[in-house]
Design a protein around this ligand. Structure first.
Ligand code: SF4
Ligand code: SF4
Length: 123
């Protein structure tokens, strides 16, 4: 499955970084993130519960890191979660993705293989 989403068998970033964002992203402020899943970390910022301490693990991460994982609030997740790109998903490495994976003993994602034929030689 060359196009499988690598995040579905990883989850390392959800169990490594503090995931903090403006409190206005919470549901009670007109956003999407359920309030009971965050903790306040500054006057204007909250963090996903479980990521404000070490070892970090977001309360919304289901499954085993490096195995089958799922975000239980995927459609409601915060902007830092939406913006975090897996390495090579946008054509370049993400050192933070690599670092999170390394912290869990996982190798960095590989860039996609080059096509076997250049476009002008393809049938
Ligand atoms: S560390 Fe990278 S591959 Fe793993 S879940 Fe996060 S973005 Fe996806
Ligand atoms: S809300 Fe979902 S995507 Fe964001 S850190 Fe938690 S499990 Fe990961």
């Amino acid at each position: 499955m060359p196009n499988a989403n690598p995040c579905l068998t990883c989850g390392a970033c959800c169990a490594h970084f503090r995931v903090s964002f403006f409190w206005g992203e919470c549901a009670s402020s007109g956003g999407t993130v359920p309030d009971d899943l965050v903790v306040q970390v500054s006057p204007y910022h909250v963090a996903m519960r479980g990521t404000e301490c070490k070892p970090a693990r977001c309360v919304s991460l289901l499954g085993e890191v490096g195995g089958q994982v799922r975000c239980t609030i995927y459609e409601q997740r915060s902007s830092p979660c939406r913006d975090f790109a897996a390495s090579w998903s946008d054509g370049q490495a993400n050192p933070r993705c690599d670092a999170a994976r390394a912290a869990h003993g996982l190798p960095p994602l590989e860039p996609p293989l080059e096509p076997l034929l250049s476009p002008d030689r393809a049938a």
